[in-house]
Design a protein. Structure first.
Length: 126
């Protein structure tokens, strides 16, 4: 992976199967999200994301969603809460490569207009 000049990259530890990898790159927190997110495991998703935001204090959050086949309204609530926290500092939430079913849920709820949906992590970091 190439790190742009002047930015730093560091891996962060998570204890979550839903978010097995996270790192800081420049002013962004980039997290890999894996598996379906529903009412049963969304509290773990919420705790992990909010902990990462609180400890790393990024401007932007980039969630790589390519391995999430399904998410329900409880997962969307976590995304909205995360975006609210980021907006306090002028930040944005980027969703990378959501699968068609997930993207459809976002579009039906008209949330594709508040989250930045991008094809790659590099697109989010531009």
């Amino acid at each position: 992976m190439v790190v742009p000049k002047g930015s730093s990259m560091s891996d962060l530890k998570t204890d979550s199967d839903l978010v097995p990898k996270a790192r800081i790159e420049g002013d962004a927190l980039i997290a890999q999200v894996v598996g379906d997110i529903d009412l049963h495991n969304s509290p773990d998703f919420r705790d992990t994301i909010l902990h990462l935001l609180a400890t790393s204090k990024p401007k932007n959050l980039v969630l790589n969603m390519c391995q999430v086949a399904y998410m329900d309204s409880s997962a969307i609530a976590v995304l909205v809460e995360s975006l609210r926290k980021l907006r306090v500092g002028g930040g944005k939430l980027f969703l990378v490569a959501p699968q068609p079913r997930v993207r459809s849920v976002l579009e039906i709820a008209r949330l594709d207009s508040i989250f930045k949906i991008v094809a790659t992590e590099a697109d989010a970091l531009k």
